[in-house]
Design a binder for this molecule. Structure first.
Ligand code: AMP
Length: 125
């Protein structure tokens, strides 16, 4: 479902729709009918993967979540776990969802960052 009114107030940015449609290339590591997981173009860790819903349905960010999104939100985390295992992240991994300007969100299509392959710091920057 489009949410152009909301998006009009958000930072101008590409969405991940073109990646979903394969109009711009990405390195896909997992795909099914609901989600796509692909390597981040500017990795912040040896393993850095983005997991997104294929259908945005208003989820420009987590703060836009509504009750109808509960299933896909849980599914994204489940797939993150599967991909972490697939990537061999047996010593741990970090999940990040940036929301809004203060968090440094730059793409307004909900995405889960899966980071691993190095020791993570806390607190995050
Ligand atoms: P965020 O800052 O949380 O919105 O994360 C957006 C992420 O998307 C950043 O880590 C970018 O490096 C990544 N990114 C932007 N464009 C692409 C692309 N075409 N392919 C893969 N990752 C991308």
């Amino acid at each position: 479902m489009a949410d152009s009114e909301t998006e009009a107030t958000e930072a101008p940015t590409m969405s991940f729709d073109k990646i979903v449609k394969k109009e711009i290339p990405s390195t896909v590591v997992y795909e099914d009918d609901k989600v796509l997981a692909f390597r981040d173009i500017a990795p912040q860790a040896p393993t850095h993967i983005l997991i997104i819903p294929k259908v945005k349905d208003g989820l420009s960010g987590l703060s836009k979540a509504e009750e109808r999104h509960v299933e896909i939100l849980g599914y994204l985390l489940y797939i993150a776990k599967l991909v972490a295992k697939q990537e061999g992240l047996v010593d741990g991994f970090r999940i990040v969802i940036n929301d809004g300007d203060d968090a440094g969100q730059s793409v307004y299509h909900l995405h889960v960052h899966l980071l691993g392959g190095r020791q993570m710091n806390w607190p995050p920057g």
